[in-house]
Design a protein around this ligand. Sequence first.
Ligand code: G16
Length: 539
Amino acid sequence: MIKTVKTSPYNDQKMGTAGLRRKSKVVMQPNYVENFMQSIFNTIGSLNGKTFLLGGDGRFYNDIAIQKIIKMAAANGVSKLIIGQNGYVSTPAGSRIILKNKLNGGFVLSASHNPGGINGDFGIKYANETGGQIPSAVSDRIYQETQKISEYKIFEADDIKLDKIGRQKLGDMEIEIIDPLNDYVEMMENIFDFSALKKLFKSGFTMKFDAMNAVTGPYAVRIFEDILGAAKGSVINAKPLPDFGGLHPDPNLLYAKELLAIMNADNAPDFGAANDGDGDRNMILGKKFFVSPSDSLAILTDYYPIIPAYKNGIFGVAKSAATSTAVSRVAKAHDIGYYEVPTGWKYFVNLMDSNRITICGEESFGTGSSHIREKDGIWAVLFWLSIIAETGMSVEEIALDHWKKYGRSYYLRYDFDGLDTKAADSLMADLENKLPTLVGNHYGEYKITQARPFVYNDPVDHSSTKNGLIINFENGSRIVYRLSGTGSSGATLRVYLENYNRTDLKEDSHEMLEDLLEIAMEIAEITARTGKQHADVIT
Ligand code: G16
């Protein structure tokens, strides 16, 4: 019943910032998923006695890929698979299941916030026993394996039914179908004060949570509506759909349009939030008010003492280098550890495992803590609700209060999409070469004091990673340049701008960053090299 199938390598199976992400049509090519999975299995080695989690965000091709992976796992000698009911599991719930059950790892089929459908993207995230995604050294080994793959093993059998909770077998492999919500809900109840949150909703507090027809709909309905008592209908786009109902499940001001319109209306609810395709990203909104993810990280960290799970103290906080420096001021005020890592949640894992940090976050709409080893969209929403319940302040008042205390880092990210990969690579290489010559240069009132590549030396595994280029100015402003590692075709140049201000707290971010944007465009010769006058997306 185990078939060995001859195959030949695809040359594009290198993982990016978070697993393998490609156009659905690329992944649908013959043996594409099989080659990738066999390369992972070959890299792991003996699979006897090993148990893995399997599930996805329900996007197009989830159902096909999951069956392939089940049959390949059985053929390769995996002892057990734990699978989310109907093949669904959010990325944070998956991390929890791996940690709670001490699994050897897991596979979440998702291209995260990228659009789904046959013309959209598909992806596979691979976590190891830490509950976090594998380090780059391991993904490099898997890539080497994809380049020499010549055959894969697959079990010949009918598709496995994934709708009923319970146990079954495929050959010698055990399959357990679980409801992934249970463990997740229990974990949230242990972190936050649910009775305080119930009181908040009982007092008439209103919210809208946009699940964007992606995986968090059922989690959000159960937690916010069924348990905490938010009004029915507080969760919108709650049903996971293979094409996300045509939505681009990226929780930002550009794509969460329905939620934005609700929150900008005169009768807006008190609080708004959205999650992405696989439930690890979040956006937080107040009435006609947007909280930048960098500020969200700083504010959550500042309020850690009010959360039951953190009230006895936290080890520290970390952010990606591209994220604004807002949280660094909070870390200093609370006298806790502070770290900056390359972009990619996997870089937080060692810091959490070695008790160096408890909370971490990124500009790319991700916040989380060491309760799991992935960012966690619903956790962030519950944290914000807890702050509101404790302080009685609105989202806007909380942000303003924070800026009064710490000053404000005006911050925006400018994405230049669909670039020719070679042009983007040479822009970055040439810019890196000229960085040393920039120090001391003046651009109006902006004087460059430092210009360097960001290099991270992991204090635990001592690996060294270079990611992005940072220019610092005398007035505390920063420009960070890097290429995205989550696109499915071409290249995206990300330019992150930050302007710190102690006194002008209620200005428009775009205006506050206008001059810096011009400087950033000029220094990297963006228009000349890419033909782009403006960024395609600003978040
Ligand atoms: C992933 C990573 C994040 C990273 C983001 C953007 O998120 O887990 O750590 O910040 O990609 O990466 P890039 O700037 O390279 O595109 P997700 O939610 O897409 O899995």
